[in-house]
Design a protein around this ligand. Structure first.
Ligand code: NAD
Length: 515
């Protein structure tokens, strides 16, 4: 499937965004490059229509079932990272708005949601799930516009999984006494939930669905660069007839999140985001009696043994680190490959990367979309420059990046040692660091040599080796011969600096019950 015009063999070194920034802007879903020797043909543009979405010029906060401006009238802009086009002005919630939302959530909790039988709560969750399905195209286009991710990912992964979470937890709402937490598990109260920008709607679903099923009410704070699908979800809550105050959405930046998690009326804090902010929240919440779950960063090892089916492993490596531009907490950002097959794996990986198509996120052929923000692009640039400065070899396929927007080409570093920053720090971008190992014990030692512990991948033909290794890896999720697979029934969460608590499955209910 080598799309695009045939080009010279993969370039080395200057794959960086700045190096290509002056290149001519290309059409939608412009290809990165072709496999060497591939025939000279191109994919026609296949853009998804924007018309399915109507974006308002301004959005308010969703408090007590209605949309309203911030008390002090502050707003901020949310932009399309692929074009830098402003999409809308969004209300920035201050302390008074946090007070109002927490009060609304408390009232709804005491008067409506807690006393309601689980079987009735379930009906609302099913309604929300069905609405998400019915409006899936609208949600997918809006997510890609606000976040920059390819439409095929928002359409095929984010939105269906968000609906699946509501369906799954709707099923638990009237069966909580059978969930293994005693005969009469009780909700906690008001949940303050803060989420990141990499999977905006999906993270909202991960937070809201179990909390509501367990009988809690919620105040959700989406990330400042991606507020729009959370606000559309608020509209869906209205449409589903959810009682006012059961779900409240406060848009704003870190100060809004800080005001929410420290609010004395909040009983449970659930945070997904960076380890740095997670530590700060842990300090703020300590000693308050609030229940806390933290889903933080990661630096996962994706381990390829010499008996792995190579082509399958290549697809797993690509999916592991280039899915969602690498903006994935559980991304397989460290490739550990057995020394005897390292050359062939890297060579085939480079050939495969040359076929990926970077460009317009709304084009259905696009594999790599935009980086979500200028700030994130700066961080990726800083860490990749550090990788070169520390002596690793940088490679990207020949690549011209669109003239406007935030872009970074798929990038592979070889010759990486464990002490390099690119082997230790979360880059949160389309950047893979390749390390090698000789024995299974060395693979374990290197994989576990990280302050994080969210996920890992194993590629081998031997089932016994998978079981042996999975026992030894300090990671909350271990995928075998696959990567980045998610299911609402499967718990997800980390060790060490990747956080604590689990989301998803029966375990995800525990975080929202007094157990
Ligand atoms: P971030 O920590 O900067 O921001 C996350 C959210 O916290 C945003 O809504 C932000 O406004 C808010 N926030 C910022 N400062 C705050 C404060 N002092 N108090 C309360 N809220 C505050 O993270 P990000 O850059 O948006 O997201 C990327 C990070 O999220 C990565 O590290 C990634 O690994 C992590 N992540 C983890 C998971 C997981 O399940 N473990 C999932 C997705 C993302």
């Amino acid at each position: 499937m080598g799309g695009g015009k045939a080009r010279s063999s993969p370039a080395s070194g200057q794959g960086g965004a700045t190096a290509d920034r002056g290149a001519a802007a290309r059409g939608p879903a412009s290809e990165l490059a072709a496999e060497p020797g591939a025939s000279a043909w191109q994919y026609a543009p296949a853009p998804e229509s924007r018309d399915v979405v109507s974006i308002e010029p301004e959005y308010g906060l969703f408090v007590a079932g209605t949309f309203r401006p911030a008390a002090d009238g502050r707003t901020f802009a949310t932009i399309n990272p692929a074009t830098e086009e402003p999409l809308a002005q969004v209300a920035a919630a201050g302390q008074a708005d946090v007070d109002a939302a927490v009060t609304a959530a408390r009232t709804a909790y005491e008067q409506v949601w807690k006393p309601m039988p689980g079987s009735e709560r379930a009906k609302y969750l099913y309604r929300i799930a069905r609405q998400l399905q019915e409006r899936a195209r609208e949600f997918a286009v809006l997510e890609s516009l606000d976040n920059g991710k390819p439409i095929k990912e928002s359409r095929d992964v984010d939105i269906p999984l968000a609906a699946a979470h509501f369906f799954y937890y709707a099923g638990w709402a009237d069966k909580l006494e059978h969930a293994g937490f005693g005969p009469d598990p009780r909700p906690i109260g008001v949940a303050g939930q803060v989420i990141p920008w990499n999977f905006p709607l999906l993270m909202a679903a991960w937070k809201l669905a179990p909390a509501l099923a367990a009988g809690n009410t919620c105040v959700l704070k989406p990330a400042e660069t991606t507020p729009l699908t959370a606000l559309l979800l608020a509209e869906v809550c209205q449409q589903a007839g959810l009682p006012p105050g059961v779900v409240n959405v406060l848009t704003g930046a870190g100060d809004t999140g800080a005001a929410l998690v420290s609010h004395p009326g909040v009983n449970k804090v659930a945070f997904t985001g960076s380890t740095e902010v997670g530590k700060e929240i842990a300090r703020v919440v300590a000693g308050t009696g609030k229940k806390l779950t933290l889903e933080l960063g990661g630096k996962a090892a994706n381990i390829v043994f010499d008996d792995a089916p190579v082509e399958q492993a290549i697809e797993g490596i690509v999916n592991g680190i280039f899915f969602n531009q690498g903006h994935v907490c559980c991304a397989g950002s460290r490739l550990l490959v057995q020394e005897s097959v390292a050359d062939i794996v890297v060579e085939r990986l480079q050939r495969r990367l040359a076929t990926l198509r970077l460009g317009d996120p709304l084009d259905k052929n696009t594999d790599i979309g935009a980086i979500n923000s200028r700030q994130q692009l700066d961080k990726i640039n800083e860490l990749t420059q550090a990788g070169e400065a520390e002596g690793a070899q940088r490679w990207s396929p020949p690549c011209q990046l669109p003239a406007k927007g935030y872009w970074f080409p798929p990038t592979v570093f070889t010759g990486v040692s464990q002490s390099h920053r690119i082997a230790r720090e979360e880059i949160f971008g389309p950047v893979l660091s390749v390390l090698t190992f000789r024995t299974p014990d060395e693979a374990v030692a290197k994989a576990n040599n990280t302050p994080y512990g969210l996920s890992a991948g194993i590629w081998t033909d031997k089932g016994s080796r998978i079981l042996w290794l999975a026992q030894k890896l300090r990671a909350g999720v271990v995928w075998a011969n696959t990567y980045n697979r998610f299911d609402p029934a499967s718990p997800f969460g980390g060790y060490q600096e990747s956080g604590y608590g689990r989301e998803g499955g029966r375990h995800g209910l525990a975080a929202y019950l007094n157990v």
